[in-house]
Design a protein around this ligand. Structure first.
Ligand code: ZN
Length: 259
């Protein structure tokens, strides 16, 4: 087809330039006839990973099959300790300080219902530097006591411990209580997760769903409509993550905080 030939003649540099124009919201109307969004998406690497899923096993079968994934601890990646003087998450939770650092006293299986998926947008060239940069941004610029998310999933397939799972996150405004925060490192409005990254995230979420008895999986933008997070390319893969873990897609499992 003439359209494909015209696409094929464009260099990668041309395509990146066109992607930049698209991102800036200019030239979309004329581009649309030559380069559909999908054609453009496919030509910018990395391409969407190929994912093959078998039907999810039953929960009892999962108990036998899922091991805890390897997770790099905070100490291992050089996380800063929490700052309980942070302006936007200061002190500890109480009736008088409902926005304070909240440590869940309950069995975590009674706390968590939904896993919320994010992208970091920020990427510093490697996973370790990116985790450190995110924590710095959240503590120094956002004024939170710690990194917002409970886990990070790197492009190398490495999984990182974020904020302890025993502590409420700050990753989904108005819906943090009972929501696990998982961030995939990268900007998935412009590219896809790597195959290693997607697989590591899938295994992490399978394990969390089982361990915490989760019911739902949602993207950040499902809860907070003013964000594009986790980016269109990761968002279109959320049904696969939900299917793999036996979770329902969407916000329907959220239970409002008690007190
Ligand atoms: Zn987000």
């Amino acid at each position: 087809m003439p359209q494909s030939r015209s696409v094929a003649r464009l260099t990668r540099r041309d395509l990146l330039g066109l992607a930049g124009m698209a991102a800036a919201g200019s030239g979309l109307a004329c581009l649309g006839t030559v380069l559909g969004y999908l054609a453009l998406d496919r030509l910018i690497s990395p391409s969407r990973p190929t994912v093959t899923l078998s039907p999810p096993p039953t929960r009892p079968a999962l108990f036998k099959q899922i091991d805890r994934p390897g997770i790099l601890t905070r100490q291992d990646w050089g996380a800063q300790p929490p700052n309980h003087e942070a302006p936007n998450e200061s002190g500890f939770y109480s009736a008088e300080n409902p926005d304070g650092w909240r440590v869940y006293e309950e069995d975590l299986r009674q706390v968590y219902r939904t896993v919320v998926i994010h992208h970091s947008v920020l990427y510093e060239g490697d996973d370790l530097s990116t985790m450190r940069a995110i924590q710095e941004q959240h503590m120094d610029l956002r004024g939170w006591a710690d990194i917002a998310y409970h886990f990070g999933v790197g492009q190398s397939g490495q999984v990182f411990e974020g904020r302890p799972l025993t502590v409420r996150g700050t990753h989904v405004q108005g819906f943090n209580t009972g929501s696990v925060g998982v961030v995939f490192l990268g900007d998935f409005s412009v590219s896809y997760p790597t195959s290693l990254q997607f697989e590591a995230g899938r295994r992490l979420i399978d394990w969390l769903a089982l361990r915490l008895e989760l019911t739902h999986l949602a993207g950040h933008s499902d809860f907070n409509g003013d964000t594009d997070c986790p980016g269109q390319h990761l968002r279109e893969m959320l049904p696969l993550l939900a299917q793999s873990a036996g979770l329902t897609l969407g916000t329907g499992g959220y239970v409002a905080a008690q007190g």
